[in-house]
Design a protein around this ligand. Structure first.
Ligand code: PGA
Length: 245
């Protein structure tokens, strides 16, 4: 039985006072019957770690370097994230693929760097609207996941996968539960061919998840929770989503 997971992706939002209020709100919403985590901007990892340390909430980063250490100005290593107690690191978010030109192989290398330091990568895959309309959804997500499978080999069972159709992110346009389930089932089948642990792996859906659509999405057989952007910035909405599992 897979335990559901809801992860807030704060993206580039926050400030000391706003974070304190948001985290206090999310803490006040406990207990949750599913696993809950927040992925915050790097500078806020320290305060998040302090605030959540004695709770069952987890935290993580939104990216990680593929490199272990060295002359990589601006990058943050997995070892550094581990020092701040990160449980998770999002890798391959479509915003990073689009604005930073991250390739499937770079995303896979980042996932490996995270796993090597005991951090669970949340690997994002998803098609653009043009790709969906051209009938290429399956091909695109399978290609993105396949780079990760080939790089991690038998360790791939340790990752979390997030299916995030690009056309649903921040647009208010959610994939229907059936559309999302169809892709999740494809991804699960692909993982099943690669690892005996595919049945235990958590596959999250992301893209305009809101309190009013979370329960139906999370009730799909292969959807094990969500990666939540905009709605993770409002404690009441995030709590409602965390209770939808
Ligand atoms: P959204 O973002 O919930 O605001 O659509 C999800 C994500 O990008 O992870």
């Amino acid at each position: 039985m897979r335990r559901k997971l809801v992860v807030g992706n704060w993206k580039m939002h926050g400030s000391h006072p706003a974070n304190a209020e948001l985290l206090a709100g999310v803490l006040a919403g406990r207990p949750y019957t599913l696993d809950v985590a927040v992925c915050v901007p790097f500078p806020y990892l320290s305060e998040t770690a302090v605030t959540l340390a004695s709770s069952d909430l987890r935290w993580g980063a939104q990216d990680v370097s593929a490199h272990e250490q060295g002359a990589y100005t601006g990058e943050v290593s997995a070892a550094m994230l581990a020092e701040f107690g990160c449980r998770y690191a999002i890798v391959g978010h479509s915003e990073r693929r689009a604005y930073h030109g991250e390739t499937d192989q770079q995303v896979a290398d980042k996932a490996r760097a995270a796993l090597n330091k005991g951090i669970t990568p949340i690997v994002c895959v998803g098609e653009t609207l043009a790709e969906r309309e051209a009938g290429h959804t399956a091909e695109v997500v399978k290609r993105q996941l396949s780079a990760v499978i080939h790089t991690l080999t038998h360790c791939v069972g340790e990752i979390v996968v997030a299916y995030e159709p690009v056309w649903a992110i921040g647009t208010g346009r959610t994939a229907s539960p059936a559309q999302a389930q169809e892709v999740h089932a494809l991804l699960r089948a692909q993982l099943q061919a690669a690892t005996a642990h595919a049945g235990d792996m958590r596959l999250l859906y992301g893209g305009s998840v809101k309190p009013d659509n979370a329960a139906e999405l999370f009730s799909q057989p292969d959807i094990d929770g969500g990666l939540i952007g905009g709605a993770s910035l409002k404690a009441a909405d995030f709590i409602a989503i965390c209770r939808a599992g």
